[in-house]
Design a protein around this ligand. Structure first.
Ligand SMILES: Cc1cc2nc3c(=O)[nH]c(=O)nc-3n(C[C@H](O)[C@H](O)[C@H](O)COP(=O)(O)OP(=O)(O)OC[C@H]3O[C@@H](n4cnc5c(N)ncnc54)[C@H](O)[C@@H]3O)c2cc1C
Length: 497
């Protein structure tokens, strides 16, 4: 990523012009330069207190940027402030739309010196809305989204604001891929920092298992390269510890050869067959090859009928997939069988519309060791079609489980699935009913889980117990690099100094 263009404290001639306008100011280099803005902006500090940012400081920040400083009312402000989950309609005081690492350094420095509440937006898919806050300084990384693939070294350099689609598309052109999530408009940033589950995970591990280096802007404003050779403590912490340790402006990921055509899609059974199919799956899924990803869920078809749906992805020779899936298909006749030879990109974009940006959503999830008979009963006995709620899962295990519990900051390695209860809806009037329905169904499944994936939760989880064996080390690294807890809008590891 570009490191510097202008020094932060440089003052431009625009400052002089603007200073001559009593009570109003024009923002030097930003889009806002063409309009008159208030002489101060009200913002919120880290401790929640109100503060104001004076015009001269705004001018100085705007003048330091390769990108833009956006204030409420500016063209582009509304698009930049919005995030994926339409439930979080918040208004940051300032948005730095960063174009370079230097912009991120300048924004972090500005926030730290003024003790401003700081939000970092990668792809904006945080379910609880961690990437935005009223009155905060938001760093919007969406313009730092370049993906450069070196096919010989099988490496991708990925901007901190890139989306999964950017990564998948650039890599697949070379017959390469790495584990990415299942909805293509999700951000690489938040997904990777939290772990990164996806259809290739059983074969290739989590996204963090392919992370070899990153460029990190820390709370002190220093840019650190982190890898197995440099700043090893930070390299360990960002592989599962979320955005607690700084802003990643670039990830370096190992890519893996994948077949040009894969095998996958959705197979659905009527609810009457669900118990038999789920019991077969529970008994045999531990024997699936690492290439095979089979993720069961309960959903409601468009005609209102309840279905067991299995999301299939086989990342090896498609001919082997048919053979491996034959016993599952033989348990009961599917009502819809959409699994067959297909491209990985088709699978990766299939859910994009259901989970479209701006939709409202609520989710709860947890890691399960296996689909026990008790869990299957809890799913089938409590799923109510027509309430707009689905049970989804993500197959894990295999390569993911081969990494030691404390080798990265993500300890829940030996689960066989991540199970979620989720709802998507467009109408704010349905908020209470949908959230209530998710909570009610989840309360029946939760006794069967043994740990939580912070990335797939609409509400905060209890961080210390969930990180378990890695928590103390995370706290000591947080103490060393972010003692004031500047990076707190995340699954927060609170410093103790
Ligand atoms: C529709 C949908 C599908 C999903 N599917 C999957 C899936 O298949 N697998 C999976 O593992 N997860 C999945 N997730 C969860 C996803 O991993 C998290 O929501 C993740 O936080 C999204 O990252 P983001 O950059 O888009 O989000 P943002 O809202 O931008 O950020 C989330 C958090 O990460 C921080 N952050 C983001 N980028 C950076 C950066 N570059 N540097 C420092 N901090 C940063 C933010 O400050 C915030 O705390 C899904 C989420 C959604 C909404």
């Amino acid at each position: 990523m570009r490191l510097s263009r202008r020094a932060f404290c440089q003052s431009g001639s625009a400052a002089f012009v603007a200073a001559s306008l009593p009570g109003t100011v024009a923002l030097g280099q930003s889009v806002a330069s063409s309009r008159v803005v208030p002489s101060e902006v009200r913002a919120v500090k880290l401790n929640g207190a109100a503060t104001s940012i004076e015009a001269a400081a705004l001018r100085e920040l705007a003048g330091s940027l390769d990108g833009q400083l956006l204030l409420d009312g500016d063209f582009g402000y509304d698009g930049a402030r919005r995030i994926w989950n339409g439930m979080h309609d918040r208004h940051p005081a300032l948005i730095v739309r960063a174009r370079s690492t230097a912009d991120v350094v300048n924004a972090v420095t500005f926030a730290r010196e003024r003790e401003l509440l700081l939000a970092v937006k990668g792809g904006g898919h945080s379910w609880p809305g961690h990437s935005t806050a009223d009155g905060a300084l938001m760093i919007d990384l969406s313009a730092i989204n370049e993906v450069t693939v070196d096919p010989n070294r099988r490496r991708a350099r990925v901007g901190g604001g890139a989306l999964l689609y950017d990564l998948d598309f650039a890599s697949l052109r070379h017959g390469l891929a790495t584990t990415a999530g299942i909805v293509s408009h999700t951000g690489v940033g938040g997904l990777t920092l939290g772990g990164g589950y996806g259809r290739l995970g059983r074969k290739l591990g989590l996204t963090i298992d392919s992370l070899v280096a990153a460029e990190l802007v820390c709370a002190d404003g220093r840019v650190r390269k982190v890898s197995a050779e440099e700043n090893r403590d930070l390299f360990w912490a960002i592989r599962g510890g979320g955005g607690n340790f700084g802003v990643v402006t670039e990830f370096e990921l190992v890519l893996h050869e994948v077949p040009p055509d894969m095998y996958g899609g959705i197979i659905q059974w009527p609810l009457s067959a669900a118990r038999d199919v789920l019991h077969h799956y529970a008994k045999h899924s531990s024997k699936y090859s690492d290439e095979m990803f089979v993720a069961p869920g309960l959903t409601t078809a468009q005609d209102g009928s309840p279905r067991l749906a299995m999301d299939i992805c086989y990342c090896g020779d498609p001919r082997n997939a048919e053979r491996e899936l034959a016993p599952l298909r033989a348990v009961a006749r599917p009502v819809m069988d959409g699994a067959g030879p297909t491209s990985y990109l088709t699978m990766q974009t299939r859910m994009d519309g259901v989970a479209r940006p701006g939709i409202r959503s609520y989710i709860k999830s947890g890691m399960v060791k296996s689909f026990t008979p008790a869990l299957i009963d809890a799913m089938l006995d409590n799923f109510e079609p027509g309430r707009g709620v689905a049970i989804n899962s993500m197959a894990t295990g295999a390569r993911i489980a081969q990494v030691a519990e404390t080798a990265t900051a993500w300890p829940h390695r030996n689960a066989s699935a991540l199970v979620a209860v989720v709802s998507f809806w467009p109408d704010p009037a349905a908020d209470t009913a949908r959230i209530g329905a998710v909570r009610s169904l989840w309360s029946k499944l939760e006794p069967h889980v043994g740990g939580y994936y912070a990335n797939i939760q609409a509400e905060a989880i209890e961080v210390a117990s969930n990180y378990g064996p890695v928590y103390e080390r995370l706290v000591s690294i947080k103490n060393a690099y972010d003692p004031m807890n500047l990076f707190r809008l995340n699954s927060n590891i609170r410093p103790t100094v």
